[in-house]
Ligand binder design. Structure first.
Ligand code: ATP
Ligand code: MG
Length: 330
């Protein structure tokens, strides 16, 4: 099977609905057709200053959420980025291949700093570490959300640059566009994506939130002043976002969902979206309770996943070190 790789950052106490609908549900499906490597991007999370105990907790929760969402550790490698130390090493090599101006053009850095996230150099070099994550595993495909498209582009550029300069050694990955994969928007600011670090608590749907609170957030979602339920992301971003959420979770085409609200108002739409979300998240939350009750088992799964990942990573790094001219340690 061709290899596929993807990760999520443990940057909050829970993943949100954007992570779930934009990534996790697709990860689960991809396991059928790919040799999947899924990791908790704990090194990336260090770009956000966090209390160590909190980071440890969030890392376990994120891994558990992969499993609760349906990732099968018997089939897919589930691991922590930091357990495979080659990530940081290849990240350094990627930094040294990247022009300063090129890194400066990355929109995630610009967006996050514009939103007031205090920037460290780690946030600036994030795309190069992400390139290392991907190139490490000779991944043929990377299922990236719309928000990560530019980072995949620089990954491809870096792989090609490496191969041109040092001889073919890295697989140039293709984006894997999952049909129907959505970008879920912030409920309070529907022109920005829902984000762990960028959204306010009212702007996101936390996968672990209790049903009443979820319904409340959806009820107070920003919409618009005309009253027609219609899918039009350009002029009706808030309403369209709710329709997309409903559509994916109910497995109904978005136009059909919109049509079912003909002659009804935003209140009805919000009520039904809340029902659909809560119904989907209830079994997920139950599995989370079971998984978190046994942290030793979770750590064991992560250790097994890291062993599998390390097998590939050590081979890639040996090749890279040789190509760039680092002396072997004998
Ligand atoms: P952060 O704010 O820390 O960057 P995030 O919410 O963007 O957090 P990531 O861990 O960066 O989450 O991304 C994990 C996965 O979720 C990626 O595949 C990303 O493309 C996807 N993703 C993140 N936000 C959304 C969203 N709003 N809609 C759809 N997919 C999303
Ligand atoms: Mg992100």
């Amino acid at each position: 099977l061709p290899r596929i790789l993807s990760g999520m950052q443990p940057t909050s106490d829970s993943l949100h609905l954007g992570n779930y609908l934009g990534a996790l549900v697709n990860w689960v499906k991809l396991q059928d057709d790919f040799d999947a490597f899924y990791f908790v991007a704990d090194l990336h999370a260090l770009t956000v200053p966090t209390d160590p105990a909190v980071l440890r907790h969030r890392t376990r929760v994120t891994a558990a959420q992969f499993l609760a969402g349906g990732v099968d550790p018997e089939r897919s490698a589930v691991f922590c980025q930091s357990h495979v130390t080659e990530h940081a090493e290849l990240g350094w090599v990627m930094n040294c291949l990247t022009a300063f101006g090129e890194a400066s053009r990355m929109t995630q850095f610009k967006d996050k700093t514009a939103k007031g996230q205090n920037a460290n150099v780690g946030l600036f070099t994030y795309p190069m570490l992400m390139a290392a994550d991907i190139l490490m595993y000779d991944a043929a495909y990377v299922p990236v959300g719309e928000d990560q498209r530019q980072h995949l582009e620089i990954t491809r550029d870096l792989a090609e640059r490496f191969n041109t300069r040092f001889g073919e050694a890295l697989v140039v990955p293709e984006p894997y566009i999952v049909k129907g994969a959505a970008k879920i928007m912030d409920l309070q600011d529907p022109t920005s994506k829902m984000s762990k670090t960028g959204s306010s608590p009212k702007g996101l749907i936390d996968l672990m939130e209790d049903p009443a609170k979820i319904a409340k957030n959806i009820r107070s979602a920003v919409t618009d002043t005309d009253a027609e339920v219609r899918y039009d992301p350009e002029t009706k971003a808030g309403v369209s976002n709710l329709l997309v959420i409903h559509s994916i979770l109910s497995g109904t085409p978005v136009e059909e969902v919109a049509a079912s609200f003909a002659g009804r108002g935003y209140g009805d739409l919000k009520k039904e979206v809340a029902e659909v979300v809560v119904e989907s998240l209830t079994p997920f939350q139950q599995r989370m309770t079971e998984l978190l009750a046994d942290p030793a088992e979770l750590d064991r799964i992560l250790a097994t996943g890291a062993d599998r990942a390390r097998e590939v990573a050590s081979t890639t790094m040996a090749r890279v070190r040789d190509r760039v001219g680092l002396l072997p340690s004998v």
